[in-house]
Design a protein around this ligand. Sequence first.
Ligand code: GLY
Length: 356
Amino acid sequence: MCIFARQMKQEVIISQNLKKDVGEAVSRCPHDRLFVLTDTTTVRLCWPLISDLPQFETAQVITIGDTDEHKTLESLVSVWKAMQEGGASRHSLLVNVGGGMVTDLGGFAASTFKRGLAYINIPTTLLSQVDASVGGKTGINFGGLKNEIGVFNCARSVILSSEFLRSLDHKNLLSGYAEMLKHGLISDEESWKELLRFDLESIDYNLLGALVAKSVEVKERIVEEDPTEKGLRKALNLGHTAGHALESLALELGRPVLHGYAVAWGLVCELFLSVVKCSFPKDKLRLTVQFIRANYGDFAFNCKQYDRLYEFMKHDKKNEAGNINFTLLADIGDIQINKQASKEEIFEMLDFLREG
Ligand code: GLY
């Protein structure tokens, strides 16, 4: 559970029966009108799994373009407009069915329409199940920057079902798994070992479901203690300072990578930096890097691109007082926030990612 500025409680439901759990969650949330937000993919593949519930009989379905490039002010305006034209009031309910783009944008649309109405998240990708849909971060991209405009405001319920994961392609599964690996690293040794043992080549979906539940618990625990990222929530940024820079470089080079892949390579970077700056055990670095290289391959870049990567890190919105801020580890679960590194150390870190 998390309680945020709006004093709203978020229940996270690990669903064994999607329709029943969605129906009950919607019924628990009194509303006058009901809106469902989907994207052009989830409206075809995911919404039909629940659309015939009696609770959705009068639902008005809003569909926006899929992928992150549609996480824009224009899409947001189209959602606000559809809600206004559909007679939404402060007592209406919005159900978001989709990946992180839909849950972030839908959460923001609900949080701002008539100063805020309740919303439920039904995340349909692994990445959104273990990260985006939980913890109340909502928003849109703006001015070329990711998640630049948004608010903290929890969904009433988040319903996690492995039914959606079975049809997810391998790359998107790996993308979400990188965030799970991050949760293991910031949590405890047993969880980290269990995640490294998991066979990503031949997925056991029941086991994956159990690992997702554990992973989300890690995030909930942290968010409950620090909902607005004043301190401990920065633990969730492990791998993301380098990861976001790699993701931005890949985009600039015209060969975009999935967020979780960039996070996985960012973990390689930041665990190396953890060894240098916080004495993180070298054998744990080696085992984690082995797992990441075996499953995610390598990020192709050269040393002429180091300055550009450094520039991206300097513009990271998590920085404070002009310093590049890293979250590092002194050991598994031993979180060290607000750690700075010199340009030389950062370049060594990039050497390690490139050459091992
Ligand atoms: N995705 C990191 C966080 O929710 O804080």
